[in-house]
Design a protein around this ligand. Structure first.
Ligand code: ZN
Length: 156
C-alpha cells in the first residue's frame, strides 16, 4: 500500500484524536488507485469520488493516520478480495500416470515386477555374500541401492 497525492491543502481535524490531518489517496503496491467500487477512478470532484482516500498526519504524509490504520487496511483487504483477478481458476493438474491395483494385475506388469524382485533378490544374495552374514541390514540396503543404481545407469 502506498499513500499518494495528498490533495487537501486545508487541515482537517481527526474526530477521534483531534489531531491535524490531510486527506490523501491510497494505492496498491503497484501504484494503482484503490476505488471503493472497484471501477476505474471516475475523475469526479477533482479527487475522483470513488477513489479510496485516507487521513494522513499533516507532518507524516506517507502513512495512514493512526486512528484510521485498521479501518483502511480492512477496507483494502475487502476491496482486494472483491477484485476480479484473473488466473484464479483452479488449474487442472497435469495428469500423472498413477499405478492402480488393476495395473499390477496386468500379466505384463506382474512379469515385470517378478523380474524386478528376482533381480533384487540376486543383488541381495550377492551383497550378503560379499559383506558377510553379520552385517548391518542398512548396509546391505545401501549396497543394494548402489548396485541397483549402477545397473540403471548402464541401461541408459
Ligand atoms: Zn486521529
Amino acid at each position: 500500500m502506498q499513500i499518494i497525492d495528498v490533495y487537501t491543502k486545508k487541515e482537517y481535524e481527526c474526530k477521534i484524536c483531534k489531531g491535524k490531518v490531510y486527506y490523501a489517496k491510497v494505492t496498491n503496491d503497484k501504484g494503482e488507485l484503490y476505488t471503493i467500487d472497484n471501477l476505474l477512478p471516475n475523475g469526479k470532484y477533482g479527487k475522483e469520488s470513488n477513489v479510496l482516500t485516507c487521513q494522513v498526519d499533516t507532518l507524516v504524509k506517507d502513512q495512514v493516520h493512526k486512528c484510521q490504520k485498521t479501518n483502511i487496511s480492512e477496507k483494502i483487504k475487502e476491496l482486494e478480495g472483491k477484485q476480479p483477478t484473473l488466473n484464479t481458476q483452479v488449474q487442472e493438474r497435469p495428469k500423472t500416470k498413477e499405478m492402480s491395483v488393476t495395473d499390477f494385475a496386468e500379466p505384463a506388469m506382474r512379469k515385470e515386477i517378478e523380474v524386478h524382485c528376482k533381480v533384487l533378490r540376486i543383488i541381495e544374495d550377492e551383497v550378503n555374500k560379499f559383506l558377510g552374514k553379520d552385517v548391518n541390514p542398512t548396509r546391505v540396503g545401501m549396497w543394494m541401492k548402489m548396485i541397483y543404481d549402477m545397473m540403471e545407469q548402464k541401461k541408459k
